[in-house]
Design a protein around this ligand. Structure first.
Ligand SMILES: [Zn+2]
Length: 91
């Protein structure tokens, strides 16, 4: 899910359960906490993607891989948090 979705639906859910006494109040706090964590604390990382040059599917280890080379077209690709970016090494 996208961050804005979390913000929106998390807010809706938190308000909805806040109408339920006691249990709902605790759930509401939990939802708000989860929402803030999802929106601000947690970044989803790319673990697979397509080579920007030849669209070959690539697997990426987010802990290790930073810059990878495409095994098919030999392009050098930088792994961004949310996408793959082609590096032009001929510059
Ligand atoms: Zn490629």
């Amino acid at each position: 899910m996208y961050r804005l979705d979390w913000l929106f639906w998390g807010g809706v859910a938190a308000v909805a359960v806040a109408f339920v006494p006691l249990i709902g109040w605790f759930m509401s706090v939990g939802i708000v906490g989860l929402m803030l964590w999802k929106v601000f604390g947690f970044r989803e990382v790319v673990t697979e993607g397509d080579c920007p040059a030849c669209t070959k599917g690539l697997h990426i280890d987010p802990k290790k891989d930073d810059v990878i080379a495409c095994p098919v077209c030999q392009s050098v690709i930088q792994v961004q948090p949310d996408r793959l970016e082609l590096i032009d090494i001929r510059k």
